[in-house]
Write a protein that binds this ligand. Structure first.
Ligand SMILES: Cc1cc2nc3c(=O)[nH]c(=O)nc-3n(C[C@H](O)[C@H](O)[C@H](O)COP(=O)(O)O)c2cc1C
Length: 328
């Protein structure tokens, strides 16, 4: 019986990133397996009409689980969408003989250190070999990481994200969900706290690719006068998959987790950005007119060095293990 190790690993998987920190997952732990189920009650109907963000978030939790098992020296097999009669049963992870992947185990310490950083980043460019390492992590997890190194391409991607924001922000449903998940009731263990949201940096010249959140109370890192504009050198990278089925989205989430943890390990700051994939016409335009790739865009990741003088970010809340466990 490996139940205690599975319980420990699911506990670590709770730290996975999720859209608006909705944590849209449930787990059922058996003797030698753990089932991952979508929690449709936590679906952002207006923001994420295709349920893409929800499944990507669950994929990130699945990868966190595999990393936490590997760190305990446990090998596992994943059956994705194992039950054709239950679309919410996203995966079953079963332990099997073996020691776990060393490359996964190496990512484990990053689970507790990773944060979504929405502040201005550094002017220091991300080296090409770091991008190669991140791309390799995405590939191992079954996705591709498309860089936008070229300034024209990057400008077009930013413009697509701005366009998505312009379409979403007048929608009452979108605004209500944003309010609901950024202004939680006292004692809530989910949502995006004001301490994790920064106001736009003063003095930036270019358009911001970031989602606009209300109620921000996080300070931007101080910039000394004469040290350039507030525009930073963060890269925009796109996680994409060959198809766009639920399994592709789940794999995209696994790749998101792998890239975010690997970036954290390298000391890089990261921000997942999903507005560009929440409106399908914008998502298709990103594929067709910006990236020119056959793969399906699933999530944008902003990756850069933290700005000097950037303070430590607070940990965002998570629900307790017992509130996400399904009875066996
Ligand atoms: C699928 C997905 C979509 C997300 N979209 C955005 C986004 O558009 N903008 C943003 O600032 N953060 C986004 N996030 C980050 C979440 O808000 C963040 O993971 C959550 O609040 C928990 O905080 P943490 O990542 O610091 O643990 C997204 C995360 C995921 C997994």
């Amino acid at each position: 019986m490996a139940r205690p190790q599975l319980v420990t690993a699911v506990g670590h998987a709770l730290r996975a990133p999720s859209v608006h920190n909705t944590q849209p997952w449930r787990w059922r732990i058996g003797g030698d397996s753990a089932e991952l189920h979508a929690d449709w009650g936590r679906h952002l109907v207006a923001t994420d009409p295709d349920r893409r963000d929800l499944v990507v978030s669950c994929g990130a939790a699945l990868h966190h689980l595999l990393v936490a098992l590997a760190a305990q020296g446990l090998e596992a097999e994943v059956d994705r969408l194992p039950n054709p009669d239950d679309a919410g049963h996203l995966a079953t992870v079963t332990l099997r003989p073996g020691a776990g992947q060393a490359a996964d185990a190496a990512l484990f310490p990053a689970i507790e250190r990773r944060h979504t950083d929405r502040r201005r980043m550094s002017h220091r460019p991300v080296p090409a070999d770091a991008l190669t390492v991140l791309g390799e992590h995405a590939r191992r997890a079954g996705a591709v990481l498309v860089p936008t190194r070229d300034t024209t391409m990057r400008g077009r991607l930013t413009a697509a994200l701005v366009e998505a924001a312009h379409r979403q922000e007048p929608s009452a449903g979108y605004t209500v969900e944003l309010e609901l998940w950024t202004r939680r009731y006292a004692g809530a263990r989910d949502g995006v706290p004001p301490e994790s949201i920064a106001p736009a940096p003063v003095g930036a010249v270019g358009a911001s690719p970031l989602r606009r959140f209300p109620h921000g109370r996080l300070d931007q890192p101080r910039q000394l006068p004469g040290h350039g504009s507030a525009d930073d050198a963060a890269e925009l990278l796109v996680i994409a998959t060959t198809g766009d089925t639920v399994v592709d989205r789940l794999r995209a989430g696994e790749a998101v987790s792998a890239v975010l943890l690997a970036a954290t390990r390298l000391g890089l700051a990261t921000t997942p950005l999903s507005q560009g994939v929440e409106i399908d016409a914008v998502r298709q335009a990103i594929q067709r007119d910006v990236l020119h790739v056959p793969e399906q865009p699933q999530l944008v990741l902003r990756v850069g060095w933290p700005a000097s003088r950037a303070a430590e970010l607070p940990l965002t809340p998570r629900r307790d293990l017992h509130s996400v466990l399904l009875s066996t």
